[in-house]
Design a binder for this molecule. Structure first.
Ligand code: ZN
Length: 269
């Protein structure tokens, strides 16, 4: 990871996408994700009639290949999980055509709504997230990736998987982090313009020595989809949630904050 960091300046966004293939179990991960990339492309084609933004019509041809996940926070945010007396999951809830939620309890549906509502107060976030049709959010028990339990996975620009039974706080964080990954899939131009290494240099207090935004659960050990992808997704959730140790995100990380404001949350671009 340190070596990767030193080479970061010379890398293109495409290199970052390739980096993701090198994370974890290479051959297995690559094969699996090529399949997912294909599924994403076909999903975009299926949704073509309801494309709201002509810019995103180009997405179908650009298959960013990614492995995306959040590892379990070591006990953090997990304490309030109470498996007893959990209401029965609802088969399918379509919320205003924006998300299809499957397998969630009424409380989980409400929490997803609450989380998305925070983001939707920013028209740019709402438009960029929803401009390619609804996002399928599936809740399931025992969500694992490469042998470890995870809280959330984003499989494509259309598909998020969430582990059932997270605390409301943990679910809110996880869903907003995952929408950061969806933004990457649905807005490749923004992802390609993400000045990752420049932001690390400009906001040194905000990133771990491995180059992850410090609020990311594995900021100090590495993981997920890699430093650039996870820092992008994490900065989206922190713009909206402001968790410790970056609770004063706007003043502690002004360059990261302002880049997001201009390129994601404001209406322009
Ligand atoms: Zn992630």
């Amino acid at each position: 990871m340190d070596q990767d960091q030193n080479q970061e300046k010379g890398k293109s966004s495409f290199d970052h996408a390739l980096d993701l293939l090198n994370f974890g179990q290479n051959a297995y991960g690559a094969g699996k994700n090529l399949g997912r990339a294909g599924r994403f492309v076909s999903g975009a084609g299926r949704l073509a009639p309801i494309l709201a933004n002509p810019v995103v019509a180009t997405i179908g041809g650009i298959a960013l290949i990614m492995i995306i996940l959040i590892f379990v926070l070591g006990g953090k945010g997990q304490a309030s999980e109470t498996p007893s007396a959990t209401p029965a999951p609802i088969t399918n809830q379509n919320i205003n055509g924006i998300v299809n939620i499957t397998g969630a309890t009424p409380q989980e549906i409400q929490t997803v709504n609450d989380a998305l509502s925070i983001g939707f107060s920013y028209p740019g976030y709402k438009n960029k997230l929803t401009s390619n049709g609804p996002i399928n959010i599936t809740f399931q028990q025992n969500l694992t990736w490469q042998g470890g339990q995870v809280d959330g996975l984003t499989l494509s620009g259309d598909e998020i998987i969430i582990r059932s039974g997270l605390s409301p706080e943990g679910l809110k964080y996880t869903i907003l982090h995952e929408t950061g990954h969806v933004l990457i899939f649905r807005n490749p131009r923004i992802w390609q313009s993400y000045p990752f290494s420049d932001l690390i240099s400009a906001d040194p207090a905000c990133y771990s020595s491995l180059g992850f935004l410090k609020t990311y659960p594995f900021a100090n050990t590495g993981g997920g989809g890699g430093d650039a992808v996870e820092s992008f997704a994490e900065s989206v959730s922190q713009f909206l949630l402001k968790r410790q140790p970056l609770e004063n995100f706007q003043t502690l990380c002004p360059n990261t904050y302002n880049w997001e404001l201009r390129n994601i949350f404001q209406e322009t671009q």
